[in-house]
Design a protein around this ligand. Structure first.
Ligand SMILES: [Zn+2]
Length: 188
């Protein structure tokens, strides 16, 4: 059983070093990315969409050239455990999601995914075993076409120096940069 060009064990190792722990979602995410890649024509350049911020973007970043930093991976915070890979010019591609309708035979996966079992009561050995056993059996796929507006590369536009902090920022944000206008992640 392979995940992308890696064995399951190699992928597990990459997950631990990239993500910090062996998260169940990332193991399933590996099967999802592998399934999507196998459903696309070989040698095609594709971009990716993740419909959750949790775990799944890391599976895409480990297994494909698509990252948040290079802009080929877009993350939508919908909380759906789904991803799509698509041809970057036509927007034609495939969407894979973790399908609740297919979880009935996989009690531990179902309990974890549907949050029926509190974390402290989870049998993680059983959970990971079921994830590995299930592979693609808990996934569904269908073709998609991405909104044309999303196929254009986002541009930063004009840049100016913020009168408040003296750093460069995109002019479209207004008279000063967003942190100086009050939208800062830091305590001032
Ligand atoms: Zn500023």
């Amino acid at each position: 059983m392979n995940i992308g060009t890696y064995s399951y064990e190699e992928y597990l190792h990459l997950v631990k070093s990239f993500h910090g722990s062996q998260a169940p979602g990332l193991m399933i995410g590996g099967f999802m990315v592998d399934y999507a890649m196998n459903s696309l024509p070989e040698g095609e350049f594709f971009d990716a969409i993740c419909e959750t911020r949790v775990c799944l973007p890391d599976a895409v970043q480990i297994l494909t050239p698509c990252t948040i930093g290079n802009g080929w991976l877009k993350v939508f915070d919908y909380g759906r455990y789904a991803l799509a890979l698509y041809e970057k010019y036509s927007g034609e591609g495939i969407r894979i999601y973790l399908d609740p309708a297919k979880l009935s035979q996989w009690s531990e996966v179902n309990g974890w995914f549907m949050k029926l079992i509190p974390k402290k009561d989870q049998d993680s050995e059983k959970l990971f075993h079921q994830i590995k056993e299930a592979g693609r059996a808990i996934l569904s796929k269908h073709p998609i076409r991405v909104q044309p507006a999303l196929l254009q590369k986002e541009k930063m536009g004009k840049v100016a120096v913020c009168p408040q902090c003296g750093e460069a920022y995109p002019v479209r944000d207004g008279a000063m940069c967003r942190p100086c206008a009050g939208d800062s992640p830091y305590v001032s």
